[in-house]
Design a protein around this ligand. Structure first.
Ligand code: ADP
Length: 268
């Protein structure tokens, strides 16, 4: 009787051991797949700008360098390709740090309205090139103090605005608003009337390297990491990010932030 009990507990132990091992192996397999995918995607992203730069250098070496006008033109284009490589590598560095939880969130109090306006200033030229108007929905914006990592939230707003310009139509509009949500939360919305996103792509939008237009032929293509970075930053703050979009109509990306307890008193 004792032996039987021992045998059955031994069997249970072996079964548990096998189950744990299987979970361990499955986790390792997923990680390995993830790593392989990541490397595959990175090399794919780097290939296009690298070949572009190489193309211009070879053309210059082939004789274009002797022509003053062509020399300048090709060097400028090669330089643009290098800029793109730097941009991608910077995003890769950031996403890697975010994914391994290596990036410290430094929470401090700041005025979100002022931050949005500073990003507007930085992107004004980029928007103007496409005749896109950037608007803030408050006519006389009052300061709204929030508790967050200012630099990282600046990156979030920049990425969302850059996308609204990239995927916006000529003469389009991007509107940003900040609204009180519940007692201690605000919601920042970035709304465009650009190309919009078909329903089936929405669940995968925040995955790194996920793009609706897979051809990668887009002139202004980013790194495919912009939204993945945005999601990580917002989640590192324990906040939420949302997207609503209708193909052909436009998109709205929004995220929550913690409102600071001390709000400036505005004299009216
Ligand atoms: P990318 O570098 O390709 O812009 P992102 O991670 O920033 O990478 O965005 C992922 C994809 O989501 C984009 O390739 C695009 O298809 C889609 N997307 C993002 N923002 C918008 C937007 N405002 N309007 C339409 N599509 C968008």
């Amino acid at each position: 009787r004792t032996v039987t009990t021992d045998m059955s507990s031994l069997t249970a132990e072996i079964e548990k051991f096998a189950k744990d091992k299987k979970i361990e192996i499955d986790t390792l397999k997923i990680r390995e797949e993830y790593r392989r995918d990541f490397i595959g995607n990175v090399s794919h992203e780097l290939k296009t700008p690298l070949f572009t730069v190489q193309g211009y250098i070879l053309t210059l070496l082939d004789g274009a360098a002797n022509d003053k006008t062509l020399r300048k033109k090709y060097l400028q284009r090669a330089s643009k390709g290098v800029d793109r490589l730097i941009y991608i590598v910077k995003d890769l560095d950031l996403i890697t740090k975010l994914e391994v939880g290596d990036l410290h969130i430094e929470v401090a109090e700041f005025n979100i309205v002022e931050l949005i306006q500073s990003v507007f200033d930085l992107l004004e030229m980029k928007a103007a090139k496409k005749k896109i108007t950037l608007t803030f929905d408050m006519k006389y914006p009052e300061p709204i103090m929030v508790n967050a990592d200012k630099e990282k939230i600046q990156q979030v707003i920049t990425n969302l605005l850059v996308n609204s310009i990239k995927y916006g139509h000529e003469n389009g509009t991007t509107e940003v608003s900040v609204e009180n949500l519940i007692k201690n939360k605000v919601i920042v919305r970035v709304t465009d009337n650009g190309e919009g996103i078909a329903k089936q792509h929405i669940p995968r939008l925040f995955e790194r390297f996920y793009r609706v237009d897979k051809s990668g032929s887009r002139e202004e293509g980013g790194s495919g990491l912009g939204l993945a970075i945005v999601k990580h930053i917002i989640e590192a703050h324990n906040e939420k990010i949302y997207v609503e979009s209708v193909l052909g109509v436009g998109s709205e990306f929004s995220f929550t932030l913690e409102k600071s307890k001390s709000q400036p008193v505005i004299a009216k």
